[in-house]
Design a protein around this ligand. Structure first.
Ligand code: EPU
Length: 363
């Protein structure tokens, strides 16, 4: 296990930000991990575990140790006439796991096709797309407690999976390393075409869903048409989370903005704990809110216009087809992207009184 110093991370974050890590190592197996946990460079420094680097914005050099997860392996543990239990090591590419399942005809993660990043990052933020979330299929997560090196298995219910959220982003932040996850998929048809955009795509293209690959192909097509390919234009997917508001707040906003889109249906798990009807939360797409706002005054170097959508300042910008995605056209610093994000947040707050929260991790 080789420890590198002042290691260039620009190819290891999909935002393509040029920064260095003071120390850097790759872990390829559990033996590497055990060695890592006792090494002084690990023990005495701030640490960051990196998977695909697809959900992070580096705003400065990382003055600690970056650990790149290269733990590989996908295995079917068990199957019966209905279900399949699959275990994947955390360093696998998420989409490779989707393809593995889809090619075998197993239902459950086809709607999560083409999400960038690794398997280990998936439970951290409970990845979700087109009406499905990881929590719908997750059985358990195998971890190492970082301080003690002890193994611990978390069952789905123990992971506190919420909208782009988990216990590992909150009270257990930095405490556990995820080394494998186990999913329960279905051999029996279990299609989820509840998401309107997916439904419309299938209808328009006269696609009759016969197997999970049909859905995977459709989702891949939609994603490619809307989201910039990070290998061409650097980005980290949705930069902000969607916004959830109480129904009362929604009604106030609808009086002023009758065209504002909102979604109730998908949101069954976002009820408050007391479950009362009055406290049901409604999702407002942050992409729409951003599209309705724009820069306070067109700045030198920035395109003028009223909307953030397609706006560019220097080398940073807002994607022209999806306002939720910030992009680096090449050479932007993390700080430039962060400044743009702050201006967007301020403008949305000033117009709608709603606070945008980043989905990416700012380091
Ligand atoms: N919209 C706009 N303008 C935009 C973008 C979106 O008005 O520029 C509105 C439209 O009303 C549209 C609605 O937002 O109908 C929803 O848009 P879309 O289906 O593109 O999804 P999203 O809510 O913007 C979320 C996830 C995506 C995921 C899609 C599909 C978050 C933060 N983002 O985006 O996830 O792919 O749904 O399920 O929840 C990611 O996390 O990196 C990501 C790309």
């Amino acid at each position: 296990m080789k420890i590198y110093q002042n290691y260039d991370l620009s190819k290891l974050n999909t935002f393509g930000i040029v920064v260095n890590a003071r120390f850097f190592i790759e872990v390829r197996n559990e033996k590497d991990l055990v060695e890592l946990f006792v090494s002084p460079e690990f023990k005495n420094n701030e640490r960051m575990f990196l998977g695909g680097g697809s959900n992070v914005l580096f705003t400065k050099d990382f003055d600690g140790m970056v650990i790149l997860n290269k733990l590989k392996g996908i295995k079917i543990l068990n199957k019966n006439s209905k279900d399949v239990i699959i275990r994947s090591m955390s360093g696998e590419i998420w989409h490779d796991l989707v393809i593995f399942a889809v090619n075998k005809g197993y239902w459950g993660i086809e709607n999560l096709s083409l999400i960038p990043g690794t398997v280990g990052a998936a439970p951290m933020q409970n990845i979700g797309a087109y009406g499905t979330e990881l929590r719908d299929v997750l059985e358990n997560i195998e971890t190492y407690q970082i301080e003690t090196g002890a193994k611990r298995v978390f069952k789905n219910e123990e992971c506190e999976l919420g909208y782009r959220d988990s216990i590992f982003k909150n009270k257990l932040k930095g405490k556990y390393f995820i080394f494998a996850i186990t999913l329960k998929l279905s051999k029996i048809e279990r299609k989820n075409i509840s998401y309107k955009i997916l439904q419309e795509h299938l209808k328009k293209n006269k696609i009759k869903v016969k197997n999970p690959k049909d859905i995977s192909d459709a989702v891949t097509h939609i994603r490619k048409s809307k989201l910039p390919d990070p290998t061409i234009i650097s980005n980290a997917g949705s930069f902000f989370k969607n916004v959830f508001v109480e129904k009362e707040k929604l009604e106030e906003l609808l009086k002023i903005y009758p065209d504002m889109p909102y979604f109730e249906k998908e949101n069954k798990r976002n009820k408050r704990k007391n479950g009362s009807k009055a406290s049901v939360l409604v999702k407002i797409p942050a992409g729409w809110l951003i599209e309705q706002c724009g820069p306070a005054s067109p700045r030198h170097g920035g395109a003028s216009g009223t909307s953030w959508k397609g706006y560019r300042i220097g080398n940073a910008g807002v994607h022209e087809k999806q306002a939720l995605v910030l992009v680096n056209y090449g050479g932007a610093t993390g700080k430039e992207v962060e400044d743009l994000a702050e201006q967007i947040t301020a403008s949305v707050f000033s117009k709608f009184g709603l606070k945008l929260v980043p989905e990416v991790n700012l380091i």
